[in-house]
Ligand binder design. Structure first.
Ligand SMILES: Cc1ncc(COP(=O)(O)O)c(C=O)c1O
Length: 485
């Protein structure tokens, strides 16, 4: 470890500013906590307000860093072996959108997986890009979407060699990881960049038992949710670049358009500290985290009625590795849905899961967990399983309708005049909304696509079967917004 990595220059400067008791005639209005309500002090504490500063003299500017932010970003790049790294205070979402705006203008093609995060759809709308969708592989037993195969990406590049980039998700929310190195190699044959949504993988760089990080296997850029699997505050993320395939000036400009001009120094300081912590102590923290997650996995496997996702169960090219810190448990054999288990864990056992869908509950084990958390969860599952095992199970089988015809780009659909119509009247119209069913978390409809009878029937069936269907403004799914003719 380089000795400078022991420091957190940005966080240390924030502390100094608070300790120096500067008289503040600048934003934010609370002036370091001088005028906060007693309830605010009781709930959030004065210290938080003292540290909540803004880009005043000596504190640099996130959008054009030259001082402490630049120094902290340099340390971040060094820690990840990146050419350049950026702090993000609007989540990983803003990093993905900046990447899309960097590589695509209006009408440019970009290869993206169909189960892309909604922030990518927003990026496609902002840029005017034309998404070329790649269908992710599905694991039928768990009903989850995996990654993309080399064959799929190869065919997509062959069919669309003029596309500007491929933007893939790795790992998935459920922690499955694909052969990203080969996908980077394929993309580079077309002299295009491979961009990676690595929202769930910033910890990969700090432990050899984890799948390889995107930068390690040749990706040109990745956006990471430091707040998701490391210890920075919610909403704080990172973006890393390597190589020369991206126009860095354009990326910087895109970031200035997407990031707030009033960056929270609490978020920035927490990013600086998360980097410092991981470089200094990441291996030990992750040893412990992986051990806890593996213990959880072992114990849950012993409980009749539960199926725990493990790499052997996957055996698919698009999911050749699994992040052990993500523990996905299929509860269908208990006769319960994932959502029912989520509620039982929360309200009867005081445990909150990360995600629940029809079939599964997902637990993210992180550096902040301990052995007692694991025991509590295993005990809770034993109680739940005892009460329910053997009852009739609900099936999670589904056959997704064929990809709809793309009639407009998502941007054209976004800016078109819209009206709301009943689902039954929507056939033949162009959707301005995204509709996603969980499982498997893949949009069956994106903005700009023609709504087929198969799609409306599928949506109706999913609702009837109790699947979670998300996206449209009318969350009862009675009406869809479509382009007005
Ligand atoms: C796969 C994936 N990509 C991107 C994001 C967006 O990240 P953020 O919430 O930090 O903006 C998420 C958020 O859950 C995600 O799961």
């Amino acid at each position: 470890m380089q000795p400078e990595q022991r420091h957190a220059p940005l966080a240390e400067a924030v502390r100094r500013y608070a300790e120096d008791k500067i008289i503040r005639f600048h934003m934010p209005g609370h002036k370091g906590g001088g005028q906060i309500s007693p309830l605010a002090e009781e709930i959030l504490g004065k210290k938080l307000y003292e540290l909540d500063i803004t880009g005043v003299e000596g504190m640099d500017d996130l959008l054009q860093p030259t001082g402490i932010i630049k120094a902290a970003e340099k340390l971040l790049a060094q820690a990840f072996g990146a050419k350049e790294s950026f702090f993000l205070i609007n989540g990983t979402s803003s990093g993905l959108q900046a990447l899309i705006l960097t590589v695509c203008g209006a009408g440019d093609k970009i290869l993206v997986p169909r189960n892309m995060h909604k922030s990518m759809i927003a990026g496609v709308v902002l840029s005017g890009a034309k998404p070329i969708f790649l269908a992710p592989e599905i694991n039928e037993e768990f009903g989850i979407a995996l990654g993309i195969t080399t064959e799929q990406l190869n065919s997509a590049w062959e069919a669309h060699p003029e596309a500007k980039a491929a933007l893939l998700i790795n790992p998935t929310y459920y922690g499955t990881s694909c052969d990203l190195g080969s996908l980077a190699e394929i993309t580079h044959r077309y002299e295009r960049p491979l961009l990676v949504d690595e929202a769930h993988g910033p910890h990969f760089y700090f432990h050899p038992a984890l799948p390889p990080g995107a930068l390690t296997v040749g990706a040109d850029a990745c956006a990471q949710g430091a707040h998701k699997t490391l210890t920075s505050l919610t909403q704080s993320s990172w973006l890393h670049i390597q190589g020369a395939r991206l126009d860095l000036e354009r990326l910087r400009t895109a970031l200035t358009m997407l990031l707030s001009t009033s960056a929270s120094y609490l978020l920035l300081a927490s990013l600086d500290l998360a980097r410092q912590q991981m470089v200094q102590n990441g291996r030990v923290l992750l040893d412990r985290t992986i051990e806890l997650a593996n213990k959880l996995r072992r114990e849950l496997k012993k409980i009749a009625g539960l199926i725990v996702l493990d790499p052997k169960q996957l055996g698919q090219e698009a999911a050749c590795r699994l992040d052990p810190t993500k523990v996905t448990v299929n509860v269908r054999r208990l006769g319960l849905t994932g959502q029912q288990v989520e509620l039982a864990l929360r309200y009867k056992h005081g445990i909150q899961v990360e995600l629940a869908d029809l079939n599964n509950v997902l637990f993210m084990v992180g550096p902040g967990n301990n052995a007692d958390d694991i025991s509590a969860l295993v005990d809770a599952f034993r109680t739940i399983a005892k009460a329910y095992n053997g009852k009739k199970s609900k099936t999670g089988n589904f056959t997704i309708p064929p990809l709809p015809r793309q009639v407009m780009t998502p941007r054209e659909a976004f800016f078109a005049p819209t009206i709301s119509v009943n689902l039954s009247e929507a056939v033949g119209r162009i959707s301005t909304e995204t509709v996603t069913c969980y499982p498997p978390g893949i949009p069956i409809l994106c903005p700009g696509e023609e709504i087929s009878a198969a799609v409306t029937q599928y949506i109706a069936l999913m609702i009837e079967e109790g699947y979670r269907v998300q996206g449209p403004r009318d969350n009862r799914l009675i009406k869809l917004r479509v382009v007005k003719e």
